[in-house]
Design a protein around this ligand. Structure first.
Ligand code: ZN
Length: 476
């Protein structure tokens, strides 16, 4: 007898891929190669910008937006990790780019991870807000004067070009790994209050704050790639660092890659002008740079510089990897979305006309936007993909979609059988916030903005841990 219980979270495991270069052979691992390439993805001026709930047009470029592709190859196994200076990766762009990379470059789509750094000073090129502003412009002008350029197609092309160029310059590489620590820059932004529910960013020395509602993650996950002949580990050419701190430190109407741009400049002062710094957003759904005990807000250049100091302090202590062995696994879990009835949906269709109106209370605009975002997906469930890349017995990289609460990233790292586990959020899709069950009980901005039902994020995290363990145990 089968009873369906709507309150029970249903998990459907759709696809599981596992590949490894040398699983079938006991022979020592073969040559390990790395290629890197960087392509510009800055849109034209006067395109809409992302990051906030009102319409904002770009007026120039402070520093370029880039797609940085890292390709790793060992034997038959190739993976590509692409880091883009964007608020998110739309599922359409990611699917199209990954398909094209598989077809043209022979790298299986599930071994391609396309991550967004979460810059809030890039283009608004997808989603319910973009659709609303676009539809309004078309109704008013007959066309959209701010989208004369097909940015999504351009972005797909640049991502594919970046991976192709990286694949063409593959060179034998060695790797060092480890972690740094940075405790000065990141703050959990959710607080328990004397009155009412949990609040995010309650303001400078708010007297009603009782205590902070969650932790931060001070760990900086680090990988450094060296040319094979750099036997003294003095000249890394590429570094990947992952840190859990929201990118929203610039504002304004100039395109900017936010603090990772300044981080790269800082690292180049020490490691050379050609050093490429890849930055992965850690699980920072509830973490930002706002210190509620201070009136001062750190700027992007200060944050990049300070994070760079912490990376450079940790760099000499990184451990060389002895046996590189590239493997990957991925899977998709299907989790339920939040439910709204027809009356609420009809109301949201009216309210969305005022989504950019700052006179309407903020959380009401956010909820309207979220209901409309759910209509775009038009499904009772949402597919969440997890990718795990194993570089050696000691190193794994996990790629997850959405903006993930810090507790969840900490849980993956605590359970991971690898010494260094880098957990990167906002990969391949942008399904909004993925809060913890605890946060859904507490409420506030992130849960109002989230699309998944409570419990979905924990399912994804459990699956990531399962994949990490399976990749570890394939070579005990
Ligand atoms: Zn965010």
């Amino acid at each position: 007898m089968f009873f369906s219980n709507r309150n029970t979270l249903c998990l459907v495991l759709l696809l599981v891929f596992q590949n490894c270069a040398s699983m079938a052979f006991a022979a020592p691992a073969s040559l390990f190669e790395m290629g890197i390439a960087v392509k510009d993805v800055t849109p034209p001026v006067n395109y809409r910008m992302s990051g906030y709930f009102h319409e904002r047009l770009s007026t120039g470029t402070d520093n370029p937006l880039q797609a940085k592709a890292l390709v790793l190859r060992q034997g038959q196994e190739t993976i590509a990790l692409v880091f883009c200076d964007l608020v998110g990766i739309s599922p359409d762009v990611s699917q199209q780019a990954r398909k094209q990379i598989e077809k043209e470059l022979g790298i299986p789509a599930q071994q391609v991870m396309i991550a967004a750094t979460h810059s809030h000073t890039g283009p608004l090129y997808f989603g319910a807000l973009r659709k609303q502003f676009h539809d309004q412009a078309v109704a008013k002008h007959g066309n959209d004067p701010y989208e004369k350029f097909d940015y999504p197609q351009f972005l797909v092309g640049q991502i594919v070009h970046a991976v192709k160029a990286a694949q063409q310059n593959l060179q034998p590489t060695t790797v060092r790994h480890g972690t740094g620590s940075e405790t000065r820059l990141s703050f959990n932004r959710r607080f328990h209050m004397t009155v009412g529910p949990v609040r995010f960013n309650p303001g400078y020395q708010n007297p009603n704050v009782v205590r902070v509602a969650g932790p931060i993650d001070p760990e900086i996950g680090m990988l450094m790639f060296h040319p094979e002949n750099d036997t003294k580990w003095q000249h890394p050419t590429v570094g990947l660092s992952v840190f859990a701190l929201h990118l929203d430190t610039v504002g304004g109407t100039q395109y900017a890659a936010d603090y990772p741009f300044h981080l790269e400049n800082k690292l180049r002062q020490k490691l050379g002008k050609d050093f490429v710094s890849l930055f992965g957003a850690g699980t920072c759904g509830d973490i930002n740079h706002v210190d509620t005990t201070s009136k001062e807000r750190r700027k992007a250049d200060q944050i990049g510089s300070m994070l760079g100091d912490s990376i450079l302090a940790a760099e000499p202590k990184l451990q060389p990897v002895k046996n590189l062995r590239l493997e990957s696994a991925s899977s998709i879990v299907k989790v339920p979305v939040q439910k709204y009835d027809q009356k609420q949906i009809d109301q949201a269709k009216i309210d969305i006309l005022r989504v950019g109106d700052r006179a309407v209370p903020f959380l009401e605009r956010v909820e309207t936007y979220k209901i409309m975002a759910l209509q775009l997906r038009d499904s009772d469930s949402i597919e969440l993909e997890t990718q795990v890349f194993r570089l050696s017995d000691d190193i794994a990289i996990v790629g997850l979609p959405g903006e993930i609460f810090v507790d969840l990233g900490l849980a993956i790292k605590a359970a991971s059988p690898f010494k260094t586990t880098l957990v990167v959020e906002l990969c391949n899709d942008a399904p909004g916030y993925l809060p913890t069950r605890k946060a859904f009980v507490e409420g506030s901005y992130e849960t109002v903005n989230s699309r998944i039902a409570s419990g979905g994020a924990e399912v994804l995290i459990k699956e990531s841990i399962r994949l990490l363990k399976s990749l570890k145990s394939s070579h005990p």
